[in-house]
Design a protein around this ligand. Sequence first.
Ligand code: SAM
Length: 252
Amino acid sequence: KLSKRLQVIADRVTQGARVADIGSDHALLPVYLIQSGKCPTAIAGELNTGPFQAARRQTAEAGLKAVVQVRQGDGLSVLEPGEADTVTIAGMGGSLMADILEAGWRAGKLTGVTELVLQPNVGEDFVRRWLTGHAYVLRSERLIEEDGHLYEILHAHASADERSEQENGRVYDTSVISADLTEEVKLEWLYRMGPFLLREPSELLRKKWKFEIDKLARICKQLSLSDLDESRAKLTAYREEIRQLEEVLACL
Ligand code: SAM
């Protein structure tokens, strides 16, 4: 049985898609996608030898060596253009994820990839910005809690270049934040908090960002003990971030 987090990711993959799971570790997701009949073939990509071997073992034990190809390499370099319809990347930081997507994009590895299911552990805004800049449009977002951790699952589809700007404009509609903030600041919070998550704010969303406020407040407390100019500048910036965040949360 998959964890709740991996299940939410699996549920988003389109039936019949040829999937590539990058940073697959034990290849639990591709193995599930094949066993459940959702995907006809899968590629599990892994950079590191330990997890790569674990993925090979897992697919062999499941008797799926013929349909799950386990490949060792950095990010999307393991893919040939046109080999996958859906790419899933889960369980790494959003900044690394955006770097992997960018390198893959530049190398043409995302050719024909119409669907992305991404679960960044932190730095979700890096991923959302990358998507918007590369003709992928966010279709849904989920925020879930499992074992005391909060996870965001982002689901995006490729769009035609000329259409994507318009579609992304609709997704990142700043009017969802009615707080007294500039358009630029609102857009920044849309990228950080998630346009779909903000549209239907859950208790979990409030919890996530209240937790962030507490974290920032603790940093501010430390910084206020220092006389350094650099610390003062940071303190001002973090206090402003808290103020903005409180404004956004208050209007939800
Ligand atoms: N995707 C699985 C999940 O969500 O349960 C495993 C997540 S695990 C925390 C992250 C995996 O990404 C590790 O196995 C790590 O070796 C792999 N990884 C890190 N950087 C990578 C890269 N540049 N290319 C491919 N895999 C990478």
